[in-house]
Each structure stands twice: as structure tokens, then as C-alpha cells.
Design a protein around this ligand. Structure first.
Ligand code: XIL
Length: 556
């Protein structure tokens, strides 16, 4: 009997793990605010999955660590496909598939099998068979692949058929359809049920997330198959989305209409790409798409969970497939979580309790270490009295009506990267708690990045330390030598709002001409080695009721 070789040996260990797994998937277990995605998902009775590639799984510990810590369901990105498991007829190879299943079992994760019958990544020998031989080969492939993991408690479900529709909702005229007619679909489901009576059997496709002609064709097929007694248990919406095409319409309603047929639904391959280069505003839009997808699944009882197609932009099929597009996942190429991660986290964490009290506003951030493209911010932490606990902070750029998110952190400090050289940034910080409540914004800090490529020798960051009705103190104003050679003397300029007067200064000499203030180093802080900083401060008065503060800090 074809079965996963080690499955019997592992049965006892897995029985213990299975208890753990069941605990993870039982609704109602509260998760700490900053807990991993899988804990929040489990508390909501959902899975949060990732597709894994065998190369990085074998070679990169950062990849393994995040995959283990954050997700409770795994899909093999390629290792269970036909070209990997039966490259020539009757010769089955499960090296990659077993590696994925073993990893999942070791980490208390479920495995979703992907995929048995597809027109792509299927060897030529299958495609050139005649009808009788092709049907037999399909049944045998399903029997062997599903049978191998039938007794393995980690493997719980399968994509039996994948992408059977064309883009307008007709049957895809694949070699399967052209050789066998539509009956291959029912046949495949029956073969899978015979091979593992306990596995959940899914049909999977793309561009079926919202209500449209293709998803309606899928709906009609699933209804008809189930009326005929064909064992279709589950519908997978791939979710390969792109911010430039807009969020699909009626995602929740679409899931619900399938659910009303009696099937389980799930998002199986979520990624949300953008036209490169990536920027903060695209990241913010992408985060809302991730959030809205998670929320749609949370709102539908029959939605079992969401699998992301990978998790790091370092390993994603998108740049190879969609020319000029990328950055589709929730971690960047350096395994740093993106705003999309925060969005998924907070959507999964939201609504777990009755906490509606937001955290207090963070203290005014202080900028330091400003270079052409980076700056470090630190601030006094917020406190949270609502019960769900602080979950983290987001840093935003003050920029009119939509303030893009520049960074995020778990604690009261972050280094912003990817900033534009010679650009003034005015930024503020918000805290959020485990229920998704956002604090008020902190006061802003302004800084100007250094000129890139050998231009300006220094960068400046200024913090409004205190303000009152008719005055304020700006301290520290931090000057950083961003060049490669020592500076002996520096000058900072900034713009004073109309009606304001400088009333005092320290550690620099300030002169005012019109609205422009020029600050020159004092004798004791003129010399700055590369990377070194000097600070000064000043106090100013302003008309009663005026809330403006200086802007346009530049260093030369
Ligand atoms: C993709 C993989 O991510 C790539 O590595 C591979 O080269 C091609 O297939 N729909 C599916 C997935 O069902 O199996 C596809 O995965 C992406 C589209």
C-alpha cells in the first residue's frame, strides 16, 4: 500500500502533536496582543497558512523560523505537483513532498495537498496519452499521492482539480478536457475520496474571489457536482490580487453563496502584487487588501482560513511571472514584516474580546542617525488599559489626507529605511492594542534626509520637545555627519512660521532673516567625525492660539 513511509513510525508522536493541533484550531483561546499570526487565527477558529518552497526550507533558517512560528497550515508551493511526484509513469518521488510534510508535522501544522489534476506542471507523458490510458493514469496518480498521506494526521485536505475554467467562465480547453471531456472532474474527486475518505477535497481557481462570470460558473459546477453526489467538500479562491486592478467586488458575499451550498471555503494562494518600485503608499494600499481579505473570511463561518502564497518577497513567484510587478507578500526580502503583516495580524487579532479602549498616544518621537535613506525614531511608550495589551506601533508620514505608513515596530523605537534623499519628513507614531484599537497620533517630529550620492555632508532632525499656548521648545535638533570625511563647522537652516520669534538658543548661534533662521555650530561642537552627531536647541514665541512649529530643516 502506498503510504508515507514514516507515517506509522510517527503515529504516536503525531497523536500527541495532534492534540496540540486541535488546541490551536479550537476557537476561543485568547492570544496575547503581540502573538504570532497562528495564535490569533486559532483563537478565531481559522487557519493561517503559507506556501513553502523546498529550497529555502532546506537552506535558510530565517525562512524556517518564520514559517514555523507564524503559520498553522502549510501548502507545498511545488513539491506535490505532478511533475514533482510522478515525473515518469509509475515512478513516484516524494522527497520534496515529504520534506514539507515532515516540517509541518514537527511544528504542529496542518498540510493542504496541492494539487492533483492541473493542466500546468504536468509531464508531457501524461498529456500525450489517449483517453483510456489518461483516465487510468489520473486515477493511479491520485491513488498513489493521496494514498501516501492518507494515514498521516498532518495532511488534511487536497486541491483535487485546479483551474478548470477559462477566464470567461467556460471550461478550460486543457488536455484533460480535450481528451476526457468534463467527466474528468467528477472522476478525480471520486478517486481522491476512495484514496482517503477523511481528507477534505477542494476545487481551486483564480479570479473567482468576487462575484463575476467565472465565479458564477464555478458556483454552478459545484452545485451540480454535489447534486450528483460527487464529493466536493471545499472551494478554494486563490487570491492572486494586484493593487493596480482594485479589490474584487463582493468577496464576502461570494464566499457566503458557496458556503450556502454546504461546502467549506478558503483563500488558498493569497498574494497582492504591485507595480514596482514598492513605496509606502502602495504598501498601505496592499495592507488594506490583505486586511479586507482576512475580514471577509472572518465574517463567513464556513471560511476555514487563508493561505498566503509564500510569505517573504525574497521567495515569490510574482516577479518571475508578472513582468515589472512584485512585493506581493507580508515580509520583505530581508524577512522584515511589512504593513501587510500588521494588517493580517490585526485583522486576525481584532474582535477577540470586548476591548474598545485605545492605548494612550506615544510620546513625541525623537529622530537620530538620519542619513540619505534612513532615520531612527524613539519615543516614550504608550500604555493600554483596555485589557488586550499593546500590540505595537506604526509610523506615519504627515502628508495631507492619506498619511502613508513608513514603518512599524513592536517596541518604542524603529529605524526607517528606504527614505528619499534630501527630503523633509514630518512623521508621527500611533500605538495599537491587541483588539486593533488605535491610539491618537503622537506629536510630529520633522527631519530632512541627507543628499544622496556625495551631495550634502550632513543631515538634520528636529523634535518639538514641549509646546504651550504661545511658545515652544525645539530640542534636540540633531546634526549628523553623513559624509565620509570629518566636518569642521556646520549650518542648519529652517523656516519660522509667520509671527514667531526665536527667544533663546543653546549649543548653536541663531540668526534670523525674514522667516529663515540660520543656526551655526558653537565652538565646542564644530568638529564632527563621519557618523558623529551634534545637538542644539532653541525656544520660540508665537501668537496666542497659533499651533504652527518650524519646518524645512536643512543642513549644509
Ligand atoms: C506557481 C509556483 O508559485 C511557482 O513556483 C511555479 O513555477 C508555478 O506555479 N496557481 C496555482 C499555483 O495553483 O500552483 C501556482 O504556483 C500559482 C498559480
Amino acid at each position: 500500500m502506498p503510504s508515507h513511509d514514516r507515517s506509522r513510525i510517527r503515529t504516536l508522536a503525531l497523536a500527541a502533536l495532534f492534540g496540540l493541533l486541535a488546541a490551536f484550531l479550537l476557537p476561543g483561546t485568547p492570544a496575547g496582543a503581540s502573538a504570532a499570526l497562528r495564535q490569533h487565527a486559532a483563537a478565531r477558529g481559522k487557519f493561517i497558512g503559507a506556501a513553502l518552497a523546498t529550497g529555502p526550507l532546506a537552506n535558510e533558517s530565517a525562512y524556517r523560523d518564520i514559517a514555523a512560528a507564524e503559520f498553522n497550515q502549510i501548502t507545498a508551493e511545488n513539491a506535490m505537483k505532478w511533475d514533482a511526484t510522478e515525473p515518469s509513469q509509475g515512478r513516484f518521488t516524494f522527497t520534496g513532498a515529504d520534506a514539507v510534510v515532515d516540517f509541518a508535522a514537527a511544528n504542529g501544522q496542518q498540510v493542504h495537498g496541492h494539487t492533483l489534476v492541473w493542466h500546468s506542471q504536468t509531464p508531457g507523458w501524461v498529456q500525450s496519452l489517449g483517453a483510456t490510458a489518461m483516465r487510468a493514469a489520473m486515477r493511479e496518480h491520485i491513488a498513489q499521492v493521496v494514498g501516501r498521506y492518507a494515514d498521516d494526521p498532518a495532511v488534511v485536505s487536497w486541491d483535487v482539480v485546479n483551474e478548470v475554467f477559462d477566464d470567461s467562465g467556460g471550461m478550460r480547453t486543457s488536455f484533460w478536457y480535450n481528451t476526457l471531456g468534463e467527466s474528468y472532474i467528477a472522476d478525480a474527486f471520486r478517486a481522491a475520496r476512495a484514496a482517503d475518505p477523511d481528507a477534505r477535497l477542494c476545487i481551486n481557481d483564480y479570479n473567482v474571489e468576487g462575484i463575476n462570470a467565472k465565479s458564477t460558473a464555478m458556483y454552478n459546477l459545484v452545485r451540480t457536482l454535489r447534486q450528483q453526489g460527487v464529493p466536493v467538500d471545499c472551494v478554494g479562491f486563490q487570491g492572486h490580487l494586484a493593487i493596480q486592478y482594485g479589490f474584487p467586488g463582493q468577496v464576502q458575499q461570494n464566499m457566503q453563496r458557496f458556503a450556502d451550498l454546504g461546502v467549506q471555503v478558503r483563500v488558498t494562494e493569497l498574494d497582492i502584487r504591485m507595480v514596482m518600485p514598492r513605496d509606502a503608499s502602495k504598501d498601505a494600499t496592499q495592507a488594506t487588501y490583505y486586511r479586507d481579505t482576512v475580514n471577509a473570511c472572518l465574517a463567513v463561518t464556513a471560511c476555514a482560513g487563508i493561505t498566503i502564497w509564500g510569505f517573504t518577497d525574497k521567495h515569490s513567484w510574482v516577479p518571475d511571472t508578472f513582468s515589472g510587478q512584485g512585493a506581493a507578500l507580508i515580509y520583505d526580502e530581508n524577512y522584515r514584516p511589512k504593513p501587510a503583516y500588521t494588517a493580517v495580524h490585526d485583522a486576525l487579532a481584532g474582535g477577540t474580546g470586548s476591548d474598545t479602549t485605545p492605548p494612550t498616544a506615544p510620546g513625541t518621537p525623537v529622530a537620530s542617525g538620519v542619513t540619505a535613506t534612513t532615520a531612527t525614531l524613539t519615543w516614550t511608550p504608550s500604555t493600554d488599559a483596555g485589557g488586550s495589551g499593546l500590540a505595537g506601533y506604526t509610523v506615519h508620514r504627515e502628508q495631507g489626507s492619506t498619511d502613508p505608513q513608513l514603518g512599524q515596530s513592536a517596541g518604542p523605537s524603529v529605524t526607517l529605511t528606504g527614505l528619499s534623499p534630501a527630503t523633509r519628513y514630518e512623521v508621527y507614531v500611533r500605538a495599537r492594542d491587541g483588539a486593533g484599537n488605535q491610539s491618537p497620533a503622537s506629536a510630529t517630529v520633522a527631519f530632512t534626509t541627507a543628499t544622496g550620492g556625495g551631495g550634502g555632508p550632513c543631515a538634520v532632525a528636529a523634535t518639538v520637545q514641549t509646546q504651550w499656548g504661545n511658545g515652544y521648545v525645539v530640542q534636540p535638533v540633531t546634526v549628523t555627519n553623513t559624509g565620509a570625511s570629518a566636518l569642521n563647522g556646520w549650518t542648519v537652516t529652517f523656516t519660522l512660521p509667520a509671527g514667531h520669534t526665536v527667544t533663546g538658543s543653546w549649543n548653536a548661534t541663531l540668526t534670523t532673516s525674514g522667516q529663515t533662521v540660520t543656526a551655526r555650530n558653537a565652538a565646542h561642537n564644530a568638529a564632527l567625525a563621519p557618523g558623529a552627531t551634534a545637538t542644539f536647541g532653541f525656544q520660540a514665541g508665537r501668537p496666542d492660539g497659533n499651533t504652527a512649529t518650524p519646518s524645512g530643516y536643512a543642513c549644509g
